[in-house]
Design a protein. Structure first.
Length: 233
């Protein structure tokens, strides 16, 4: 038994008296609790990503101007954009950090899913009672949660032009993933996507609403992302 499996099962054992539903319910609760703990630990990265999104939106006209100015020189364009973001104290890749940091957890859950009480897949549930069987209903509930979060995220997302207008639909990709991975991983996906949606809504509140994105200082100690800062020309 791996260390990760031992930790997960220990949490499940502690929760079993509170859950009152056997090993499967306790293990499911342990996965949800573990996911929440992971997302809390990654919250500073989410704050940095939210600040980066605000800065990138504010700098979009300057980025477009740099693209026109250095259209024939990709290397000079890259240096100019790097300098622009460096002056603002953010990284253009900050938005990817929370997702990348979760990948090890995703793969660990995938590997230990066969050793926990909620390791079955949707196809197993269909063979064992069908869609309306006990296990099938669990997956249907899981899909309903993920679909609801994806729909809410899609409605809130800004719609771009051309191919960009379809990018928000990628939120529904989690639904497809949950249908093919073990239930343990599906529980993680449902919990982390719901957390992401709520966290983004909180961090993207207007600065005058005292949301974290507006109140938190930028990386390096100074607040460079406040919306009331004069725009550069």
């Amino acid at each position: 038994m791996s260390v990760f499996t031992h930790v997960l099962m220990s949490i499940a054992d502690l929760l079993r008296p509170l859950c009152g539903g056997g090993a499967a319910v306790a293990t499911s609760a342990a996965i949800v609790l573990f996911t929440v703990a992971v997302r809390l630990a990654l919250h500073p990265l989410a704050r940095a990503a939210a600040r980066g999104e605000k800065v990138r939106a504010r700098l979009a006209p300057q980025v477009a101007e740099l693209g026109r100015r250095h259209k024939g020189d990709p290397q000079k364009l890259q240096r100019a954009m790097s300098d622009l973001y460096a002056n603002e104290g953010v990284s253009p890749f900050a938005g990817m950090l929370p997702l990348l940091a979760q990948l090890p957890v995703f793969f660990l859950l995938y590997r230990v899913s066969s050793a926990v009480a909620v390791g079955g897949r949707f196809t197993d549930a269909l063979r064992d009672g069908g869609m309306l069987g006990a296990r099938g209903l669990v997956f249907l509930g899981l899909f309903a949660v993920i679909a609801s979060v994806a729909g809410w995220t899609y409605r809130r997302a800004p719609k771009g032009e051309g191919v960009a207008r379809y990018v928000p639909l990628l939120s529904f990709g989690t639904l497809v993933t949950a249908a093919v991975v073990p239930l343990a991983v599906g529980l993680y996906l449902a919990t982390t996507t719901a957390w992401t949606a709520a966290e983004r809504a909180w961090l993207q509140r207007p600065a005058d609403g005292k949301g974290l994105a507006g109140a938190a200082p930028a990386i390096g100690g100074s607040d460079k992302t406040s919306d009331d800062r004069p725009h550069r020309t």
